[in-house]
Design a protein around this ligand. Sequence first.
Ligand code: CP
Ligand code: NVA
Length: 308
Amino acid sequence: MTHFLDILPTPTADLRQMIGQARTMKDARRDRPKGMCDDETPLDGRMVALIFEKPSTRTRVSFDVGARQMGAQTMVLSGTDMQLGHGETIADTARVLSRYVDLIMIRTFEEQTLLEMAENATVPVINGLTNRTHPCQIMADIMTFEEHRGPIKGRKVVWSGDGNNVFASFAQAAAQFEFDLVFTGPRPLDPEPEILEAARAAGGNIEIVRDPMAAVEGADLVVTDTWVSMHDPVSARERRHNQLRGYQVNAELMGRAKPDALFMHCLPAHRDDEATSEVMDGPHSVIFDEAENRLHAQKAVMRWCLGV
Ligand code: CP
Ligand code: NVA
């Protein structure tokens, strides 16, 4: 079974193939109405289930639209409306869904839920974000960087802020796509040591630099994300804001990066918290290309999972 659970366990050549295919599919449908199918519809006759146990705008819409453009039918399921939210096991849910659908995408809390779904499903499962990682986002991010600046290999990527799930997938990508990654943030919000260890063991060059100004020096790409993720307790908001204020991506910080550095944010953003609107709407920012590329990258991920 070809699941897309994370960046690190996916073969490097396959990740590369998916990014290339995403680019080709994007080019092939330039200026085409969004609701029109692609010329090629490799998912004809397939049924795709999209399960959300957390809110989503981009993941939900881009998977749904992408699957339909490739000829599939889709159903969006809210975790709380399913028996899953009322005590049915993940394993039983996975076995049952596999009798109805050809592909499952799930956004959930614990990584264990995703893993149990994958273990028990007899159809491919895609990770649409867990508390721990967000691999689909990073496929779009790599695609976006390379579209604007060419190969990411050997480039310097700086993450400023919380060492969260999106950072974790960047750490895995640093190993797979061979870019240098610098994390800058307050010690209490450091990335999980196991994530760093695994990415480093796979060859990722990942450094932690506390001073954001020093960290960003010479960066080709500056990335940040919300200071309070969906799985973080609301009560942590004020503390996190105090801890992270010095890591805001603003014009001064971007000014330390290379003059042609890009700025990315997976969105949704809290404008003027983790990044200023000046940066988000400024000349370095590619945040809406990044959001668009979720669509193209995930279409390639779905094709890879189904082998079509
Ligand atoms: N970036 C991202 O995954 O956005 P959504 O939460 O809107 O899906
Ligand atoms: N780190 C964020 C990403 C949202 C797409 C979260 O998990 O809420």
